[in-house]
Design a protein around this ligand. Structure first.
Ligand SMILES: NC(=O)c1ccc[n+]([C@@H]2O[C@H](COP(=O)([O-])OP(=O)(O)OC[C@H]3O[C@@H](n4cnc5c(N)ncnc54)[C@H](OP(=O)(O)O)[C@@H]3O)[C@@H](O)[C@H]2O)c1
Length: 299
């Protein structure tokens, strides 16, 4: 016989975490903004792939994150992203492990006081801050498309302001200054962000960039001498903690509020205009062409 009495509803369980079941990839996850971004994204329930260039540092990062959030679902991937061959190898590995990816955070980046050349012959800032995110984003296009709606988040910098690209000398053969080269590399990353957003529009993958703020991290460790002294001095005066610097990348990689944002530059979790030079569509198209020739993808 049927009873009319309604059984009391079971007590509500914990709400499912917003990114549970999703994979996010964070480059430069072994320090500073990348590590805090990885922790923040792990807290949303995502399976977070920590990409770093040193297996030991990745393991220590895993332990730190797990110490703060024991439920974190973490994996490692080792690659020196300043080398295109390594970017290709790790992208292949990630694609095999994860047929679908929800977010790629291109965070790894550096400034070099003196001009350094990679074993593949590229100036190191150009290789790491520009070619690596360009190539990795292209090579993960398949998993991102299968993870759609998916997101690419590029960690740029306010240091792009006041810079212009010199297409005759993109890799600083003629003249080199660490800060100028760094600022130009972030301008290039912004131009590429907007170009990806235009070209990939309608594919279910958004591409945005951000300035994390002036953040106290390991940044500048490749810069011995006066430059590192300047960075340390400015750090003491103005820098915010890495947790704060990670807020905007976490927001862009996970918040439903920005699900449709595409081709925008954010600071403090809000869209802001980037420099005039960064919106020059002709430069973006030319830069894309250079990157396509140097990496062999995107032609
Ligand atoms: N700090 C700021 O004020 C600030 C401001 C604007 C933008 N940013 C940007 O924020 C991003 C993160 O920087 P951060 O401040 O957090 O500096 P960080 O503490 O030095 O972190 C940089 C990360 O990039 C990794 N990395 C460096 N070279 C690499 C390579 N060849 N291959 C793979 N990974 C490499 C580092 O790995 P290791 O641990 O192995 O060195 C580290 O995990 C960078 O793109 C930077 O340009 C920073």
């Amino acid at each position: 016989m049927r009873s009319n009495s309604t059984a009391p509803a079971p007590p509500p369980g914990p709400a499912p975490l917003p990114l549970a079941g999703h994979v996010v990839v964070v480059t430069g996850a072994t320090s500073g903004i990348g590590e805090r971004t990885a922790l923040g994204l792990a807290r949303t329930g995502a399976q977070v792939v920590l990409v770093g260039r040193d297996a030991g540092r990745i393991e220590r990062t895993r332990a730190r994150i797990a110490g703060e959030f024991p439920d974190a679902r973490l994996e490692s991937a080792v690659a020196d992203l300043a080398r295109l061959a390594e970017v290709r190898r790790v992208a292949g590995e990630l694609g095999l492990r994860h047929p679908s990816i929800f977010a790629l955070v291109n965070n790894a980046g550096a400034v070099y006081a003196h001009r350094e050349v990679t074993t593949e012959g590229h100036e190191a800032t150009w290789a790491l801050n520009v070619l690596a995110p360009y190539l990795l984003t292209h090579l993960l296009a398949g998993p991102l498309r299968r993870g759609a709606p998916a997101r690419v988040v590029n960690v740029a910098s306010a240091a792009h302001r006041g810079r212009r690209l010199d297409f005759e000398d993109l890799e600083g053969h003629r003249r080199y200054s660490g800060f100028r080269t760094y600022g130009r590399s972030k301008l290039a990353l912004l131009l590429l962000t907007y170009e990806f957003a235009r070209r990939w529009s309608g594919r279910g993958i958004t591409v945005n960039a951000l300035h994390p703020g002036y953040v106290r991290t390991g940044f500048g460790k490749n810069t011995p001498g006066a430059m590192s002294g300047v960075i340390r001095f400015l750090d003491r005066l103005f820098a915010i903690p890495a947790e704060e610097g990670a807020r905007t990348p976490i927001y862009l990689a996970s918040s439903p509020e920005v699900a449709d944002a595409n081709g925008l530059y954010f600071a403090r979790c809000r869209p802001v205009p980037s420099s005039r030079a960064s919106y020059d569509a002709a430069s973006a198209a030319r830069l894309w062409q250079v990157c396509a020739e140097q990496t062999g993808v995107g032609r």
